[in-house]
Design a protein around this ligand. Structure first.
Ligand SMILES: CSC[C@H]1O[C@H](OP(=O)(O)O)[C@H](O)[C@@H]1O
Length: 370
């Protein structure tokens, strides 16, 4: 998408033809900075520290992490070690495993002298595919917003989203935000309630940043305000992303998603989840088996922010010495999901719905377990 009129993806190969540039999302929204990855360790660190985040972008970064590793050593042992190191960075987003499977399939049977070129070609193709996939998610989700607008002519369609599932979570377009961009671009009156999304504030810092940059009307809200707004009839639908959706339609997403889905269910508000096929884990038959990342307590007890004189600092926000727990994701059962918006269409959050859309993808032979 565009930043100050210039088009960006979230990740790209630098002019030297081999190092990898990313938008450093830990600097947003107060500073737009890029970072250059030149080694496997750089790529692993970028994922682990959330310089890049979001399931599709984590996968894309891991793909280029394999490229950087093979430049240093294209042996079988180095390839396996690189995939193992990257897989260990964050456990919940299945796109990480999916992307590594794709890279292994592209290079493992290549002679060593061809591996680097094959890896860069596959990584570039994964990024191009993600852009097209997310664009199609936008196209397939757009009618849901248009129909909501037709039900309330002349009024604004209010959509609640949680965390960041926009173009900053992908290579471009995004998943949950893609239909919103399409609707805005088509002139539909949309407004987005943006959950701040504690503790890392991806909503307040990233979703608000990218919606503002694109001119989409939005309001940041405390995570705990969504249910109240739904009770007041101020939310027409919810659309979130997902980091891993199981074969039966259970959805792992940023912590707090489940509570929004419960509030939506209680208030008759449609709750949609947008995802690419690469986020479906066909090896899991239910959400109870999804690994939930436990991140550091400091993310809960501390907050980054900008002071009045423009300095970005980290402050304590909790009673000193109190322990804190930080599960980074939760699982929304399929029964609370109104529909899954994918690049192949919209389906029910059921095995049948997913298999109807992804029939040729359900072959388990190409999927490794975590
Ligand atoms: C399109 S995937 C976006 C997904 O990823 C976020 O998690 P994180 O920021 O920790 O990588 C969140 O769950 C979003 O819904």
């Amino acid at each position: 998408m565009k930043i100050d009129g210039r088009h960006y993806r979230t990740i790209w190969v630098a002019e030297d033809g081999w190092s990898v540039e990313i938008i450093d999302q830990t600097k947003l929204p107060f500073s737009f900075e890029t970072a250059r990855l030149t080694t496997l360790d750089d790529a692993a660190r970028a994922i682990k520290t959330m310089q890049v985040r979001g399931a599709p972008l984590i996968g894309a970064t891991a793909a280029y992490g394999v490229c950087l590793a093979l430049r240093a050593d294209a042996s079988d042992a180095a390839l396996e070690a690189a995939c193992e190191a990257l897989l260990a960075t964050r456990p919940t987003a299945v796109n990480l495993r999916w992307a590594l499977d794709e890279m292994l399939a592209a290079v493992r049977n290549q002679p060593r002298e061809n591996r680097v070129a094959s890896a860069y070609a596959r990584a570039a193709a994964l990024c191009d595919e993600d852009v097209e996939t997310c664009r199609r998610i936008g196209e397939n989700g757009f009618p849901l917003i248009r129909e909501a607008a037709e039900r309330k002519p002349g009024e604004t369609v209010n959509i609640l989203t949680h965390c960041n599932a926009g173009w900053l979570a992908c290579v471009d377009w995004g998943t949950a935000l893609a239909p919103i961009y399409m609707a805005h671009n088509a002139g539909l009156p949309v407004h987005v309630w943006v959950d701040e999304t504690r503790p890392r504030n991806q909503g307040a810092a990233l979703t608000a940043f990218e919606l503002g940059a694109h001119g989409v009307p939005h309001t940041i809200i405390a995570d705990n305000a969504g249910g109240h707004l739904m009770q007041a009839g101020k939310v027409d639908m919810c659309i979130t992303g997902t980091d891993r959706t199981t074969a039966n339609g259970d959805v792992a997403n940023k912590i707090g998603t489940y509570l929004k889905a419960l509030a939506a269910w209680d208030n008759g508000v449609p709750f949609y989840v947008a995802l690419p096929g690469s986020t479906i884990d066909w090896t899991l038959q239910g959400g109870a088996d999804i690994p939930i990342e436990q991140r550091g307590a400091d993310e809960v007890t501390h907050m980054n922010g900008r002071t009045a004189d423009g300095e970005v600092i980290t402050v304590d926000i909790a009673a000193p010495g109190s322990p804190a727990a930080n599960p980074a994701f939760d699982v929304t059962p399929a029964r609370l999901v109104s529909g899954l918006i994918t690049e192949r269409g919209v389906c029910a959050a059921t095995r049948e719905g997913l298999e109807d859309l992804f029939r040729n993808e359900t072959d388990m032979t190409s999927r490794r377990s975590d």
